[in-house]
Design a protein around this ligand. Structure first.
Ligand code: FES
Length: 491
């Protein structure tokens, strides 16, 4: 009998993006039954899927290599206690199955004996002979050695190494790997979780455990009442999944309207030169006060020391919300912008404290499963980079395409990242366009899109100066793309 696995697990087993499998479900190539697919159907689609190909064995083998040592062990394997708990659960499940099988076997043997006795008693009744023959044949078939379902074996291993969490009522799922807690794992999977301090103080990440077990990963000060404990409430930032499967009840943000305004002070970790006129600003928030934001949103950065006066600028965050402590920003040289002037002059340097106010903006990923197309002009790549990283975490889009126009001498200052995405991910492709004229550049991009994509039902995300965004928007509308599938931000 075929083994059933969730889409999340199936994607992990055959080593493809979840969005690719979801597309195959929509195309009718793969059948989903109550959220599960059969390993038999999966193997028909991916006949080459082997334990080695999933990369899992390789990862486990690496653990034995002491050169990788502790770091690999911590990233891939849960703590000893959690491992022991998951192994215990699996052994218990196996013992139950074995017990049931033994009972069924005994039942079938008794039936076979009974049929033989009846046959001896009533040699002229063919029904008893027929029944005895069917039982004997069925038993022989059941006991015959079948080839091993390799995906089922891999699923068993994965259940010990990684836990699968299902969220109610949304139905979203995510995996918990290594020593990560529930909050980190959920954020890394692109979920819009509610949280605050991330260290067990505020209680904002409180959720209810519907089924499965959790294990504490760190001390917390937030006082859960006895009634809350009795109802199964727990803190995501201080617990991990102890069982292989866990169901949590929690509310996720629906969009920017559910993300509260925050104010915090971060420290500049680095200012790196990406080109003569472009800097990458790396800001780190305090461990106990992180920024909750959605990919594609902006914040206002303020610098108050040592020169008098308020130096501030609103910039899109260029990094993924899954790393809420390390925020990246692209700053372009601009003499009319005091913040950029001080940054390029070296006044805003590593160690400087900056206030962060936000987030703002509604240039965020819409729900859905359409292919995603991004178009950025110059530093418009910042929110687009954040969106792409978020989309990759979500792993639900069947494909992602990026068109990046450079109008300045600094060109495509982060093209290495585009190359590494494209090398690592089958579903990502990109095209770099250079043109000093933004309108002509936008028209070139529209032409390239028309050649590749206009017959595909996609969501389009545009970021850059007004003329770039407007030109591309008009071209898309002119080509019949519905307004509801175009999302834009003007920078
Ligand atoms: S985020 Fe504050 S207690 Fe978990």
């Amino acid at each position: 009998m075929s083994h059933q696995v969730s889409i999340w697990r199936a994607a992990q087993l055959v080593g493809v993006a979840r969005g690719v499998l979801q597309q195959q479900v929509r195309d009718g190539a793969l059948v989903v039954n109550e959220g599960f697919v059969s390993t038999e159907a999966l193997l028909r689609l991916y006949p080459g899927a082997e334990l080695e190909e999933s990369g899992m064995l390789e990862r486990v083998t690496q653990i034995r290599d002491e050169a990788f040592g502790k770091r690999v062990r911590e990233r891939l394997l849960p703590s000893q206690e959690v491992l022991a708990q998951r192994l215990f659960d699996q052994s218990q499940e196996l013992a139950d199955l074995r017990r049931h099988l033994q009972r069924y076997h005994a039942l079938v043997i008794a039936l076979q004996r009974r049929a033989r006795e009846r046959q001896a008693q009533f040699p002229d009744a063919p029904a008893w002979r027929e029944l005895e023959r069917e039982v004997t044949q069925g038993l022989a078939q059941a006991l015959a050695t079948e080839s091993v379902d390799v995906l089922e074996v891999m699923d068993g291993m994965l259940k010990v190494m990684t836990a699968q969490v299902t969220v109610r009522p949304s139905g979203h799922q995510f995996l918990v790997e290594g020593h990560a807690n529930l909050l980190q794992s959920g954020l890394h999977s692109g979920l819009k979780l509610n949280y605050g301090c991330a260290n067990g103080t505020c209680g904002m990440c409180k959720v209810r455990v519907i089924s499965g077990e959790v294990a504490k990963t760190q001390h917390f000060d937030y006082p859960l009442s006895e009634a809350e404990k009795a109802q199964g409430y727990t803190l995501m930032c201080c617990h991990t999944a102890a069982s292989s499967e866990l169901t949590l009840e929690l509310l996720e943000a629906r969009g920017p309207q559910d993300i509260a305004q925050q104010q915090l002070v971060g420290q500049v970790r680095a200012v790196s030169e990406l080109g003569n006129d472009t800097r990458l600003l790396h800001l780190q928030t305090p461990r106990s006060h992180r920024l909750r934001f959605l990919a594609g949103q902006s914040v206002t950065l303020g610098w108050h020391q040592p020169v008098p006066g308020d130096v501030r600028n609103t910039l899109p965050v260029a990094s993924c919300p899954c790393d809420d402590r390390n925020l990246q920003f692209f700053v372009c040289r601009d003499e009319s912008d005091a913040f950029a002037r001080h940054l390029f002059a070296g006044d805003i340097a590593p160690g400087a404290a900056l206030t962060v106010l936000g987030p703002t903006g509604d240039f965020v990923l819409a729900d859905g499963h359409r292919p995603l197309v991004f178009a950025a002009c110059d530093a418009g790549f910042a929110p687009v980079k954040s969106l792409i990283e978020h989309a990759l975490s979500l792993d639900s889009a069947p494909s992602l395409s990026l068109f990046w126009l450079a109008t300045r001498p600094d060109g495509h200052f982060f093209s290495n990242l585009c190359r590494s995405w494209s090398q690592a991910l089958d579903q990502f492709e990109y095209e770099l366009v250079s043109d000093a004229d933004r309108i002509q550049g936008a028209q070139q991009i529209a032409q390239a899109m028309r050649a590749d994509l206009f017959d595909i039902d996609c969501d389009f995300y545009l970021a850059g100066p007004t003329d770039f965004v407007q030109t591309l928007h008009d071209e898309l509308r002119g080509a019949g793309v519905p307004e509801a599938q175009i999302f834009a931000t003007v920078l």
